[in-house]
Write a protein that binds this ligand. Structure first.
Ligand code: PEP
Ligand code: MG
Length: 589
């Protein structure tokens, strides 16, 4: 047997598995390059058009054959995006253009693909990098059809395997028999890759971005995938196998203990309760949130409703979609945020008027500014749908990126207009739906009391609050080391927000990523925050740590933390408190 080797990747779905590798060939096929004489070009065009149609039909068939109930809807969106790429003139006309110049069809596709992907390659945005990979995957399907190759099926294996590929396509993931997959290893991709989305939703351990995985791993090699540390072991020696088997055992005991606690309230040992809600992006997330014990949805991001669409959703579609979320949460409260587009989210949109990213996108035409200035009609449609849906359940509306009272007043005026219009149209709506402001711009934290005077609740968005307070772009890897969640300035702004809220007697919650980190969750509890909203997967751990803590002690800790000089000191204090109270090995993972 070959000597053991270990490779580091990005862990995207936690857990540890041991199994044998099954390599999935997914490289760009080799294609012939030749020139086509003018009299044969029409024929070549027809060949390309037929392959486009065949590719389109294949995607349609995959869509029709998958079990819609059991599949993550996000994968359907990706499949739909692939279909749109095939329909889009960008791919079709570009490749046909090369055929008309005399390139054979395969060469024309490869040539045009390299033009498109070169543009995406330059973009420093993980979402856009995924878009590039979507285009490449569609290109491979098209080439395989031109060449008459069939795609290797990953539908099922006699024994469960660890799948290894350059990357996995949405059609792989939709056709896969999940029982036969123990884990995933992908050479490419990051936290937002399709492999990551799939693995997380299935709860299968996965490591992505493993350099040279498909070269260093051979078919049938024994592998250990550590989805906690991101390490991948190829042909592990007996000692490593023993250590990792023990780690796997400890991790599953830990997970089981967390899951056993999902029905218990998040209440400290001395009786202080905090509401734990979930952040969701689409309605299917609501089921998971409910399963993991969410006491409501604290942040429903609605941007995805405007992604990969050739036409924007109308009022009826919005009402239908919101109603699905409300129904799946039964009678629990659902806070829906109006579309927060622009900044790092603008490229996900279909708005033609918003093709310009701005000089500094994070500080440009985004969030509520975009709704007020660029797409007021689209915004009004969303407000009408929200007011209508609020008549059907416990709905609250949250406004993103508010930076001052005047901006808020402008939005409130639009609410009044939407209500008038709905009244005229004779449609049922809730005139008293609670409206809240996201505190994610430092100005909003500083003016929290003035904002609190005009709304029903405040919700701190720490992801952006950190970015704007510390002047650190949340997407810029080169300054990621400065993106410090526990920075004393951030804590003081959150404390100001709390003071503003309590001066006006309204609740303050936190819905940024910090809320899902047990250390900060404990701090927020000590500061007097009313509720936390987090990714569903973080709920069990935050719940468990809360139940082993003491509120009196947390209040003392919070007072001390806010007055510390450095992030390191803050984190040190929080970790020390948590370590003393909980004995879980994986508490900080
Ligand atoms: C935030 O900024 O903290 C937040 C919750 O919003 P988003 O991550 O969607 O910008
Ligand atoms: Mg934000």
């Amino acid at each position: 047997m070959n000597a053991m080797m270990s490779l580091q990747g990005t862990p995207v779905s936690p857990g540890i598995v041991v199994g044998h590798a099954h390599l999935v060939a997914r490289g760009m096929p080799d294609v012939p390059h030749y020139c086509v004489t003018p009299e044969h070009r029409l024929n070549e065009e027809e060949r390309l058009k037929a392959a486009l149609k065949e590719s389109h039909d294949q995607l349609k068939e995959i869509y029709q054959n998958v079990n819609k109930q059991q599949t993550n809807p996000e994968l359907f969106y990706i499949l739909d995006a692939h279909r749109l790429i095939l329909e889009d003139t960008m791919l079709r006309d570009g490749a046909l253009g090369y055929v008309r110049k005399g390139y054979n069809a395969e060469w024309a596709v490869v040539r045009h693909l390299s033009n498109i992907t070169a543009v995406f390659q330059k973009m420093d945005d993980s979402y856009l990098r995924e878009k590039r990979s979507d285009i490449e995957q569609v290109g491979k399907r098209l080439l395989n059809n031109l060449l008459g190759h069939s795609e290797e099926s990953v539908a099922g294996f006699p024994d469960p395997v660890i799948l290894v590929a350059e990357e996995f396509t949405p059609s792989d993931t939709l056709q896969m028999k999940h029982e036969s997959v123990l884990g995933f290893v992908a050479q490419r991709g990051g936290r937002t890759s399709h492999t990551a989305i799939l693995a997380k939703s299935l709860g299968i351990p996965a490591v992505v971005g493993v350099d040279q995985a498909t070269v260093k791993i051979n078919q049938g090699d024994r592998l250990i995938v550590d989805g906690i540390s991101g390490l991948l072991y190829i042909n592990p020696d007996p000692e490593t196998l023993k250590q990792l088997t023990e780690k796997k055992q400890r991790y599953s005991t830990f997970r089981q203990r967390l899951l056993d606690a999902t029905i218990q309230p998040a209440i400290t040992k001395d009786g202080q309760q905090i509401l734990l809600k979930a952040n969701i992006e689409q309605y299917s997330d609501a089921f998971r949130a409910k399963r993991l014990g969410a006491e409501g949805i604290g942040l429903y991001r609605t941007e995805h409703l405007y992604m990969n669409r050739s036409i924007l959703p109308d009022e009826e579609e919005l009402v239908r979609t919101f109603s699905q979320v409300i129904k799946s949460m039964k009678d629990l409260p659902v806070t829906i945020r109006t579309m927060d587009v622009g900044g790092e989210k603008q490229t996900k949109l279909f708005f033609k008027s918003h093709s310009n990213n701005g000089i500094n996108p994070a500080m440009g035409m985004q969030g509520i500014r975009f709704c007020l200035r660029e797409e007021q009609q689209v915004f009004l449609t969303q407000l009408r749908a929200l007011l209508r849906i609020a008549a059907q359940g416990d709905v609250r509306i949250l406004l993103p990126m508010i930076s001052g009272v005047e901006e808020l007043e402008e939005v409130l005026q639009l609410f009044a207009q939407a209500k008038d219009d709905l009244k005229k149209d004779g449609l049922e709506f809730n005139s008293n739906v609670p409206i809240g402001v996201m505190v994610e711009v430092p100005a909003a934290a500083i003016c929290a009391e003035q904002l609190a005077a005009k709304v029903d609740f405040l919700s701190v968005g720490t992801n952006d609050l950190i970015q704007f307070t510390l002047a650190v772009d949340r997407l810029d890897e080169s300054v990621a080391y400065l993106y410090e969640s526990g920075h004393p300035a951030v804590l003081r702004l959150i404390s100001m927000t709390l003071n503003g809220g309590s001066a006006k007697g309204i609740p303050v919650s936190v819905c940024g990523e910090m809320a899902g980190d047990p250390r900060f969750a404990a701090l927020f509890l000590g500061m007097g925050i009313d509720e936390l909203s987090m990714s569903p997967g973080c709920l069990p751990l935050v719940r468990r740590t809360t139940r082993s803590l003491d509120f009196k002690q947390l209040k003392e800790m919070a007072k001390a933390a806010i007055n510390r000089d450095t992030t390191k000191e803050v984190i040190g204090l929080l970790e020390q408190t948590l370590r003393t109270a909980c004995d879980d090995e994986y508490i900080f993972h």
